[in-house]
Write a protein that binds this ligand. Structure first.
Ligand SMILES: Nc1nc2c(c(=O)[nH]1)N[C@H]1C(S)=C(S)[C@@H](COP(=O)(O)O)O[C@H]1N2
Ligand SMILES: [Mo]
Length: 199
C-alpha cells in the first residue's frame, strides 16, 4: 500500500494563520442532517467531461487499490486537527481511469443529502487527495462521512465532502453549497481565503 506523509505543500508553515488546535477532539461540522448509507444501493460515479465515465458499486469500490495518507485538517471556523491518518483510494487513481478531457478544469463533488463543493481539477491530482473510508484505523463514523468522504487537505475542510457519491468534471468553476453562501471559491488556508467578501 502506498503511504503519503504530511505535506503542507510548497514549504508552508504547518498550521495556517488564525487556526487553533483541537488536539484529540474531532468536531463534527455538518450543514443539515446526517444521511444514512445503504451499501446495497450505494454507487459512486465519475461523470462530466471524461473519456470514460465510471460507476462503481460498493463491492467494486472495495476492489480499488488502497493508500494511506497522513494529513492535517483545517476548518474555516478556525479549528485544525493534525495528524489524521486516512485510508482510501487516491483521487488520481480514479482520474487516470476516467481520463478527463483537456477542457475539464474543475470538479464538483456530489454528496448524499445534496451538499456540493467545487475546486480546480488539479487539486485532485495531489498525492494527499483521496476518497477515504477510514480515519486512524477505524471506519468513518456516520457524522464524519461514512461510508466515503473526499479529503483535500490543502484546502479548507469544507472542500472535504462527506457522504460523497460522485465527482463531475467541468469546464467552468461551479460554486458549491458553501461557495454560494459566502465561502471563498478556492479556500487556501495559508492565504486565509475564508470568505468571498471582506468585513
Ligand atoms: N456532505 C457534507 N460534507 C461536508 C460538510 C457538510 O455539511 N456536508 N461540512 C464540511 C465542513 S464545513 C467541514 S469543516 C468538514 C468537517 O468534517 P468533520 O465533520 O468530519 O470534522 O466537512 C465538510 N464536508
Ligand atoms: Mo468547516
Amino acid at each position: 500500500m502506498d503511504r503519503v506523509e504530511i505535506d503542507t505543500g510548497r514549504g508552508k508553515e504547518r498550521v495556517p494563520p488564525g487556526q487553533y488546535l483541537v488536539g484529540d477532539r474531532w468536531p463534527i461540522l455538518t450543514y443539515g442532517p446526517t444521511p444514512t448509507a445503504d451499501l446495497s444501493t450505494w454507487d459512486f460515479t465519475v461523470s462530466g467531461l471524461v473519456e470514460n465515465p465510471l460507476k462503481f458499486t460498493w463491492e467494486e469500490w472495495n476492489e480499488l487499490p488502497r493508500v494511506e495518507v497522513r494529513a492535517d485538517m483545517h476548518c474555516v471556523t478556525s479549528w485544525s486537527k493534525l495528524d489524521n491518518v486516512w485510508m482510501g483510494v487516491w483521487v488520481k487513481t480514479l482520474l487516470e481511469m476516467a481520463k478527463p478531457k483537456p477542457e475539464a478544469k474543475f470538479f464538483n463533488a456530489i454528496c448524499d443529502g445534496g451538499y456540493t463543493t467545487n475546486a480546480p481539477g488539479e487539486e485532485l491530482y495531489e498525492k494527499d487527495a483521496l476518497f477515504a473510508t477510514h480515519h486512524n484505523g477505524e471506519p468513518l463514523e456516520p457524522g464524519h462521512g461514512y461510508p466515503l468522504r473526499l479529503v483535500v487537505p490543502r484546502l479548507y475542510a469544507w472542500k472535504s465532502a462527506k457522504w460523497i457519491r460522485g465527482i463531475e468534471l467541468l469546464a467552468e468553476d461551479k460554486p458549491g453549497f458553501w461557495e454560494e453562501n459566502g465561502y471563498h471559491i478556492y479556500g487556501d488556508p495559508w492565504r486565509e481565503q475564508r470568505y468571498s467578501f471582506s468585513f
